[in-house]
Design a protein around this ligand. Structure first.
Ligand code: ACO
Length: 325
């Protein structure tokens, strides 16, 4: 009997032109490049132009992923945009992207799971494909976090940046006995009791304002490594694989220290870790496809590789996606 697997057919990403270095930030708030690099690994971040919305960043990344996959915008059944910085409260940023791409036959919606948004969106795409509800899905992580930051708060504004990344997922029939390709397992978690540790202090229902990002950094750090390790271990158990079987570990790019501590706890060789946080900071839902695109385009990720994606963020939400490339 034929099963449908969700296979990545193409990847693309986009970082806005304007670069803000740590030295630039030290002219705005009381910080130093040395402090930022030592605590986070971040060297610079990209900032969207005034006339660029999240959907604009998403559209560029999406077009690059479609080109990489050799897929036409008309062939997309579903567009999922993972974002916490939508163009408008409604409609979904995904419908703006759909319009920009010129797709008129599919459907589109947003997913809001903060830094875990891309892992959540991949999981939804996998479910739609396995259920036979869609054949070609565009999964995008796109953010303009610079618009949510309190630029007087040195404990948060140094950490985040803007960007977008996208993958084209396609249904691929797999006959029993054939080597498995595509998404092998997805594990999602959330725990709303941690809401106050990382949140935006505004919203249409509560304050009728957009609000600004607030974070208890040390608290986030304290929980991150344990939560990440939990869902990655779940993925190993579900697939009968181990850290040694992994070819690449592509984590949410929040902080070099969290990534290194997670890899160490999981027994993953540091040479298998894809790290791009130095070049764009924490771009929330966009960070995994940004890192994935770099590793695919520079030839590190090859067909047949076993790739683990993971993320943890506001909510808290966290999750992992294991796939055979
Ligand atoms: N520049 C200079 N000094 C700073 C800065 C800054 N930008 N920010 C804070 N400090 C100071 C603090 O005021 C404090 O000073 P004090 O000792 O005089 O009070 C000192 O540095 C130490 O502050 P801590 O908060 O204890 O610093 P810590 O080592 O915990 O590093 C950081 C802070 C980088 C935020 C860390 O806690 C962290 O990485 N947390 C995880 C946050 C994260 O990644 N969030 C992203 C979203 S969630 C996710 O994606 C996983």
């Amino acid at each position: 009997m034929l099963k449908q697997r969700a296979v990545v057919a193409g990847v693309g990403s986009y970082l806005p032109e304007k670069v803000m270095t740590n030295d630039d930030l030290s002219k705005i708030v009381d910080t130093t490049s040395e402090w930022i690099v030592q605590r986070t690994g971040i060297e610079r971040r990209h900032i969207a132009a005034e006339d660029q919305n999240t959907s604009d960043l998403a559209t560029i990344a999406a077009n690059r992923a479609l080109e990489d996959a050799g897929v036409s915008a008309q062939d997309i059944d579903l567009i999922i945009v993972a974002t916490s910085t939508p163009d408008n409260t409604f409609p979904a940023t995904a419908v703006a992207v759909q319009h920009n791409l010129g797709n008129q036959t599919g459907y589109a919606f947003d997913v809001q799971a903060v830094c875990s948004g891309f892992v959540y969106a991949m999981t939804i795409a996998d479910s739609f494909i396995r259920a036979g509800n869609a054949e070609t899905i565009l999964v995008i992580g796109a953010e303009t976090f610079s618009r949510l930051l309190d630029w007087t708060d040195r404990t948060t504004c140094v950490l985040f940046g803007d960007g977008a990344g996208a993958v084209v997922m396609r249904a691929q029939p797999v006959a029993d006995g054939e080597p498995e390709q595509g998404i092998l397992s997805c594990h999602l978690r959330s725990d709303g009791s941690h809401k106050q540790k990382l949140y935006v202090d505004g919203g249409p229902s509560s304050t009728q304002t957009t609000g600004q990002l607030r974070m208890q950094g040390r608290e986030v750090f304290k929980h991150a490594v344990g939560m990440i390790s939990g869902v990655v271990t779940d993925a190993f158990a579900a697939s009968g694989t181990t850290a040694d079987d992994l070819t690449w570990f592509i984590p949410h790019q929040a902080n070099k220290r969290i990534i290194e501590a997670s890899a160490e706890k999981l027994g993953i060789d540091i040479n298998k870790v894809v790290m791009t946080v130095e070049g764009h900071g924490n771009t929330s839902a966009a960070s995994i496809p940004l890192a994935l695109d770099v590793a695919v385009k520079d030839g590190r990720v090859q067909r047949g590789d076993l790739v683990m994606l993971e993320a943890m963020g506001g909510g808290f939400t966290w999750g992992s996606v294991l796939l055979r490339w």
